[in-house]
Design a protein around this ligand. Sequence first.
Ligand code: FAD
Length: 470
Amino acid sequence: FSTGTQYDIVIIGGGPGGYVAAIKAGQLGLKTACIEKRGSLGGTCLNVGCIPSKALLNISQKYYDASKHYKDLGIDVEGVKINWAQAQNKKAETVTGLTRGIESLFKKNKVEYFVGTGKLNDKNTISIDLKNGTNQVINSKNIIIATGSEPTPFPGLQFDEKVIISSTGALSLPQIPKKLIVIGAGVIGLEMGSVYQRLGTQVTVIEYADQICPFLDTDVAKAFQQSLKKQGLEILTGHKVVSGQNLGTHGSVVVEPVKGGEAKTFEADHILVATGRRPYFDGLNAKEIGIEFDNKNRIVTNSHLQTSIPNIYAIGDVIAGPMLAHKGEEEGIAAVEYIAGKGGHVNYDAIPNVIYTHPEVAWVGKTEQELKAANIKYNKGSFPMLANSRAKANNDYDGLIKVLTEKDTDKILGVHIMNAQAGELIGEATLAVEYGAAAEDLGRTCHAHPTISEALKEACMAAYDKPIHF
Ligand code: FAD
């Protein structure tokens, strides 16, 4: 049956794209509902993605520092041990606190929250299989699809989340494994690989491409790979997994060099498949009601985030673009603002990316190889972290900052950062890109001393002139 309520916006999916859209719609006074089947808000990001992974990265880094680095700083700590059950509790507590926080934001902004699975009946009607076993049909002038993504399985290695695991399984292993194989040296593979390597697991990462994170600026990728190897991650680039087996208590993979050569077999307690994620829309009925998909099975949208059915919008991981929480959030706000008659817009040239390893790697804009391929004339400035006084004082000076600018105008086209605080520092660089700043604008802006941000200023100075400290 139908409730008879007519909503202005109904959002299917309560991840960072969907829940942010819902809050924005509530703030703009639109009658709004959000449908989420998971039973808790926040989507992949809060439940099994960004937040639990960062909680474990933080815990494992603290453990690693206490066991490996404190002595050098003159801090003697005896018998440092990891209590894995407590670490898992802490991670769960963080997740629960944040997901409940979104529920209260929904109440504050008068967003109705349906716990259930939404299915599109037609362009204005959604049928909800509620978690309590009943069904409800609701009507809306506008619909936003924000159903996110799921891990892409590896051919021949079916996820059981015990031996063959996705990131979801990797976040909740019952104990710290002795050996872990990671297929794919992308963001998720390196973050989760780092967590366990710091806790004592022997981690082997297998990557098809010739460099880790093939999307990174090559200079940064090289420095990053060296740094991870120094920490103890075994990384095999230019290698492919040709087959694998779940042996019940552990798993094995056969690996071959991409260019040909001898195959090797690796065994481990778990095999983490981290080769990517794919859009998720099971049971949504989107194709059936005529919504257009592209050849990568993503929903096609125009610049206003409208699908081929104009009152149905799509945002986040289910459409093209980087699969990032903040990208989905920007799209959620833009779609709602457009529906409300305002000028919603996303600048895809100014979306920051961060890898939360140690050191962190962050970037915005173009890589040097992209500028070369596009035949754009550029200048570059680079500054090593070991010449930054705060990094030295912190005893944490692995990395560099590289700034790429347009040759004739000095406009910043790309910033690539590898250092312990790269994820925070990329905010300044993103603001510069968003406002079309020149390297000289940053180079002539006074930065506090001693801070890591001075390295960004000096990398900018290096792009149009000379840095002072290197
Ligand atoms: P999702 O977060 O996937 O949310 C979609 C929601 O829709 C889900 O909760 C799902 O249950 C629900 N849903 C699906 N179908 C239906 C239906 N029919 N009815 C009702 N509900 C439905 N990104 C970052 O920016 N920074 C990071 O540090 C980061 N770390 C990550 C770490 C890991 C391990 C992983 C896996 C991902 C990480 N990401 C990170 C990516 C980030 O989580 C995603 O880009 C983001 O969650 C996408 O948001 P979304 O709203 O599009 O979809």
